[in-house]
Design a protein around this ligand. Sequence first.
Ligand code: ADP
Ligand code: MG
Length: 319
Amino acid sequence: MGEFELIQRYFQPVARDTAHPDVKLGIGDDCAIQRIPPGHELVFSVDTLVEGVHFPSRYAPDRLARRALAVAASDLAAMGAKPVCFTLAMTLPKADAHWLERFSSELAQAGREFGLALAGGDTTRGPLTLTIQVHGTVPEGQALLRSGAQPGDLVVVSGTLGDAAAALDYLETGAPSQYQQTLLDRYNRPQPRLALGQLLRNRASAAIDISDGLLADLGHLLQASGCGAVIDAGRIPLSPALRDLAGEEAIGHALRGGDDYELCFTLPARFRDALHRQSPIPLQVIGDVVAEPGLTLLNADKHATPGRSGYEHFGADND
Ligand code: ADP
Ligand code: MG
């Protein structure tokens, strides 16, 4: 199967199934053309996933398609952007019809769910690698940056943390229990928080998606904002599945584990109540932004030992 046939057979249908009105010209020409609505800006990001590095070897093609697009879409969520389209550069060891069928049908499904149209790409032969560039739009000047946090803002996270990191232990499990399956779904089927991201425009002062772990990613946000935060470990949201399966290690997964793709953002306190009511996903306030740089973590038992080694301190470059 040649490159032309491969694109026609597997990727043209994805483009058709995911069509977006702002994609004026899609697959088939030298470039795609995207309309930018008046008063809006283009927001875009690119991610590369290498087999054995960013996803497990022999990872199921449908899982790969969904996870890769979700991870890319999560960057749009973190900017408060509305998804429009994506391009896909694929390096494949061989043209395996069965693999491509499963990959492309799940890609179409995920594209429809996230509102992302396939607008073009590139196909080459070599070790399995995917590069996805996502495009979204925001009203001019309203993108959520990492750099706007102010002392006094609340630090908020969506959903629960640590599930995807804990799932890595069960990727090879043949018949996972219900809780194991819950964690595996968090790894295999991340949910980019697109609706929440758009809701945060004009409210959150800074935002980031959690791909490398809460401490690392919040650290990036604080560094970009030139301030610090005090976080209460006891308020970090943990799922029942994680608590049950990881026990004492749950909090470590939640603080340092990546791959959850929840949003972490800072919020002026006056927006708190309305946002809690409107959010499509549970939100948890986990601490406060402070002027002094660095991240201070209060342990869950801080009340038992007030003022005495009840915290860990993380430097700005700590991960
Ligand atoms: P060119 O040589 O001009 O870059 P290509 O032969 O690489 O053109 O691609 C032909 C068309 O098919 C282009 O519109 C390109 O965007 C699209 N395309 C190539 N590979 C993919 C892919 N994996 N997914 C979606 N579109 C693709
Ligand atoms: Mg090309």
